[in-house]
Ligand binder design. Structure first.
Ligand code: KIV
Length: 258
């Protein structure tokens, strides 16, 4: 059975924590889906972890759709969310409808994620949800605004906290099924999680969110530099380097193939 946005609402009511991981290709998607994650996010972090860009800004919709199709082919159960890349939805409502539509129609995703909660974005999201496109919001540190925000924690002042809360309530009213809260104080994430009926998914937002998301490359120890709030559960960079070194030695010494 494939998970839907309705499951998420139920899980929040049941206080069942929601597990979210990113994926960028078929193999990773298949492994994390079989391991039982609830949501697979084709995050625009694929720009850095799979394509070698310095940040998320250069990623195109074509690249995103290409990776989304690969991920969708690997997933049987989780809800697949496609993160719309920078400048594929900010220009106009019709651009957002077109890009989100392609994410579902050609990418095969079940939902899209858009960053921001200012009034223009809320209007865009209202239109998307009105025509039946499930949307996940993203507030706090929004990496597509890196040149405005940097990678600093957001919501540090009372005014900033009130704004993020206001935006979260506006996104809920616009029909998002969940909202990612990135790099904000945990008390603010708690307050937002208590005030919303939709689930909050935290990353660097403490333990009180309804779910947690990590970039899978960070979890696997594949990234060279990861954010302070991420956690590596293994060190695949080291394991891969070791395996490749052993293989190279065996080939050079005539030990492989036997
Ligand atoms: O692109 C991404 O991986 C994300 C998550 C960190 C939420 O947006």
């Amino acid at each position: 059975m494939a998970f839907t946005t309705h499951h998420l609402r139920q899980w929040k009511q049941q206080q069942r924590p929601i597990v979210v991981l990113t994926a960028w290709d078929w193999a990773i998607a298949q492994i994390i889906d079989e391991a039982g994650v609830d949501i697979v996010l084709v995050g625009d972090s694929l720009a850095m972890v799979a394509l070698g860009y310095a940040n998320t800004l250069p990623l195109t919709l074509e690249e995103t759709l290409h990776h989304t199709r690969a991920v969708v082919r690997g997933v049987k159960q989780a809800l697949v969310v496609c993160d719309l890349p920078f400048l594929s939805y900010q220009e106009s409502i019709s651009q957002a409808i077109h890009s989100a539509g392609l994410a579902l129609k050609e990418g095969g995703a079940a939902a899209v994620k858009l960053e921001g909660g200012h009034p223009a974005m809320v209007e865009t999201i209202s239109r998307l949800t009105a025509i039946g496109i499930p949307v996940m919001g993203h507030l706090g540190l929004t990496p597509q605004s890196i040149h405005q925000l940097g990678y600093r924690q957001q919501g540090k002042t009372e005014a900033a906290q009130e704004q993020i809360l206001r935006e979260a309530l506006a996104l809920e009213a616009a029909g998002v099924f969940a909202v990612v809260l990135e790099h904000i104080p945990s008390e603010l994430a708690l307050d937002i999680s208590q005030k919303l009926t939709i689930p909050t998914i935290g990353i660097g937002a403490g333990k009180y969110c309804d779910g947690q998301v990590l970039v899978t490359a960070d979890l696997l120890g594949l990234t060279e530099r990861m954010p302070p709030f991420a956690k590596a559960y293994t060190n695949l960079r080291e394991s891969i380097a070791q395996a490749v070194t052993t293989y190279s030695q065996e080939v050079r010494l005539g030990k492989f193939p036997e």
